[in-house]
Design a protein around this ligand. Structure first.
Ligand code: C5P
Length: 220
């Protein structure tokens, strides 16, 4: 089995690129952020405060996260319900960063993520894939871009989804989320020592996809 591990800050284009590379290579694309988002949605729906680590730990016992694929698109099932349509709001984004720092939340998803990579070729993206989930992945990429560029992309994405948003606020939220993800004690966002850095600030999607394909060819 071949695994490609992709990490990087919010809005760097990880999922767009990973989806396309998965299609070209015939790999399964695994979006681990969506799994953490589904757990955050559960906490929000049940009125559990992000600061209440004990309640969050308890609630983890009542959560079951699984994946299904529809036309190659990953769907996250939260206790059997497809929640893909509810996990992309800014409120869920921030709640996810606020709760994914807890050990119990991370433990809940680790085996699921590792097992996916045991049985099939995967391209998996997140924050701790190269450092923690798949430390032996033969290809690790740290995909980044300037915060302005990342905010611009996120703004466009939200507008296309019909969600009203403010550019300045999106940039502030992205910076706050990265800071929190990079500074947490458990599995912080960090480049793995053996990861290749790709800065996509001035690259088109096709250029980044080609770069990934070249890196894959070198390693496979
Ligand atoms: O990638 P995405 O923006 O969907 O991730 C949402 C949040 O989930 C991140 O800000 C981070 O807090 C958390 N996350 C994580 N570990 C991962 C993937 C995402 O902690 N492997």
């Amino acid at each position: 089995m071949f695994s490609i591990a992709i990490d990087g800050p919010a809005g760097a284009g990880k999922s767009t690129i990973a989806k396309e590379v998965a299609k070209r290579l015939g790999f399964i694309y695994v979006d681990t952020g969506a799994m953490y988002r589904s757990m955050a949605l559960y906490f929000l729906r049940n009125g559990i405060a992000a600061s209440d680590e004990e309640k969050i730990g308890e609630a983890c016992k009542d959560i079951d996260v699984s994946l299904a694929y529809e036309n190659g698109e990953q769907q996250v099932l939260l206790n059997g319900e497809n929640v893909n349509a509810f996990i992309r709001t800014e409120e869920v984004s921030m709640m996810t960063s606020d709760t994914s720092k807890y050990k119990k939340v991370r433990e809940k998803l680790l085996d699921l993520q590792r097992n996916l990579a045991k049985t099939q070729n995967v391209i998996m993206d997140g924050r701790d894939i190269g450092t923690c989930v798949l430390p032996d992945a033969p290809l690790k990429i740290y995909l980044t871009a300037s915060s302005k560029e990342r905010a611009r992309r996120r703004y466009k994405e939200q507008q296309e989804r019909g969600i009203e948003c403010d550019f300045e606020q999106i940039e502030k939220d992205i910076i706050a989320r990265d800071k929190q993800d990079m500074n947490r004690a458990v599995a912080p966002l960090k480049k793995a020592d053996d990861a290749v850095v790709v800065d996509a600030s001035d690259m088109t999607i096709e250029e980044v996809v080609r770069k990934f394909m070249d890196l894959y060819k070198e390693k496979s």
